[in-house]
Design a protein around this ligand. Sequence first.
Ligand SMILES: Nc1ncnc2c1ncn2[C@@H]1O[C@H](COP(=O)(O)OP(=O)(O)O)[C@@H](O)[C@H]1O
Ligand SMILES: [Mg+2]
Length: 305
Amino acid sequence: MNVTGIKPKGAYVIVCGNEKGGSGKTTTIVHLSVALMNAGYRVATIDLDSRQKSFTRYLNNRRDWSKRRHLKLPLPDHFVINQSDADYIYDREQAEIAEFSEVIAQVEKSHDFILIDTPGHDGHLMRLAHSMADTLVTPLNDSFIDFDVLGHVSPDTGEILRLSHYAQTVREARRYRNRADNGLLDWVVVRNRLTQLHSRNKEAMLRSLKQLSMELGCRLAEGISERMIFRELFPMGLTALDELDEGSLGRKPSLAVLPARQEVRALIASLRLPIDELGMQRARARQQWLEKAFKPIDTAGILAE
Ligand SMILES: Nc1ncnc2c1ncn2[C@@H]1O[C@H](COP(=O)(O)OP(=O)(O)O)[C@@H](O)[C@H]1O
Ligand SMILES: [Mg+2]
């Protein structure tokens, strides 16, 4: 049973993406996974960052710690898409896309949510994941260097002069998806590692982000503060949403657990994840789209024209 008692029949896809490394994608996707599992959903997770595999390592640490401390930490059904070692780029891409689509087909009907972590660089799998997402979560450090991945800002007025590469990538993914199955991508930008102090930079960032959100059609979610707790839990695979006490941690938890947990919950609430008939329709449409997307082009038909 989940929080609302309504279960989607098809899986809902959440992707964490930002073409910048270190923005908080992996930390965010781990917290989202635990939140959804705690709420009773069946969660499948996919790590597309085959170089760093931080998501995979986080979950492996969680499994190991759980065994060592005799805890009952929920774990998702996890998959990592490995880099192909084929000689030619085309063959490598095809092999990786085939592996990815196999995993999606395997879990789409058996799980409520599929959560995908992406690498901090452009690539075929990253693009494919973006065009499959129902919700795209883009964590963004509160700095104009990080903002630059989305849009170039005027130094005088703070206005957005033009969109950057990643913003264009998401736009294309959105268009592609919409043409394929009329699906709508809900794009949510989350400010991460916010300082607790009021600053001119913080205000300026917020102004530029509000302008950008109108141009891109993305939403701004509640932000997450810079907190040590988000860094120190990785070796144990724990999150701010787990029960953190001497039994699970091996020491007293810090006082920052409660505010950290509240922030993550506020973020999840602002994602407005659909768990109703609309969500089911989207999942069915996505299945049709996947079937179309991987069908080879019927050249006989074209040549006969
Ligand atoms: N809110 C936060 N407060 C403090 N440290 C954070 C926070 N979010 C992420 N980090 C740390 O920042 C670094 C990058 O985060 P990570 O989730 O690995 O980003 P990405 O997956 O985008 O590369 C990690 O060391 C992580 O522990
Ligand atoms: Mg990462």
